[in-house]
Design a protein around this ligand. Structure first.
Ligand SMILES: [Zn+2]
Length: 246
């Protein structure tokens, strides 16, 4: 096995690395490709195991390549249990996930669902602790700093390796986060275009989104603010609700 975390000119060859992909030494292992019919349409899915961390990721792809001759759309979606599963409006992860699946189904591409990246890599329990601090008035960045945790602990080395092994060397990245583009480029995947994924902001997540825009350089316009998008009865408590991700 190659040394974990190695970058650059490793002379070790891994059974998982393609010849010429020496910038991508992070070992991953792909499983069988299966059909995955969903509410968003029919996809194919493939599990990928990060052989360094043991994290199990899922690639969900449109069955057909892009018809427009463009590079495939790719969404690197960091696991967010509260947003993805419970539809939490503290963040916009669930809506971004749905939007990305619709886009990928329509135009062709792959969503890589990255597990072990909850709360930008700090874990579920720490994310909920950060929520508590946010309810005390801190913003997303300040809350992590209060906990002594990095604002973004995610690594995209495994993701880049999975994309490379799937043959996705040039992609159109579905994201508002320029940092993802930089990190993927460093890991050897060329982002030929950033495709924005803006979803409507809400009373419950406007401060979170504003923090992403102001302090994390996300490209958001926030001019589509949906006031009380789900009705006043659902605008459950304070407007300080916000958190991480993308
Ligand atoms: Zn989230």
């Amino acid at each position: 096995m190659t040394a974990s975390g190695a970058t650059g000119n490793s002379h070790h060859s891994s059974q998982h690395a393609h010849a010429g992909d020496r910038r991508l030494p992070h070992p991953v292992s792909g499983g069988p490709i299966v059909q995955l019919p969903t509410a968003f349409g029919d996809f194919v899915a493939q599990a990928w195991t990060d052989l360094v961390t043991g994290a199990e990721h899922l690639a969900v792809s449109s069955p057909n390549p892009p018809q427009d001759g463009k590079a495939p759309l790719v969404r690197l979606h960091s696991e967010c249990l509260t947003g993805d599963i419970f539809g939490s409006y503290r963040c916009d992860c669930g809506e971004q996930l749905a939007y990305a699946l619709e886009m990928i189904h329509a135009y062709g591409g792959t969503l890589l669902y990255l597990r072990g990246q909850e709360g930008r890599g700090i874990g579920l329990a720490n994310k909920i602790k950060a929520y508590a601090l946010q309810e005390a008035g801190f913003d997303t960045v300040e809350a992590n700093e209060q906990l002594g945790l990095p604002v973004d602990a995610r690594s995209y080395n495994a993701a880049a390796q999975v994309l490379a092994e799937m043959g996705l060397h040039e992609v159109r990245l579905l994201s508002n986060n320029p940092d993802k583009q930089h990190r993927l480029a460093k890991a050897g995947v060329k982002v030929v275009e950033m495709v924005p994924t803006e979803v409507p902001s809400r009373d419950q997540n406007i401060r979170y989104l504003q923090t992403k825009k102001d302090r994390m350089e996300h490209r958001l316009t926030l001019d589509t603010h949906v006031v009380g998008a789900r009705g006043a009865a659902e605008s459950f408590p304070p407007e300080t609700f916000q958190h991480e991700q993308d």
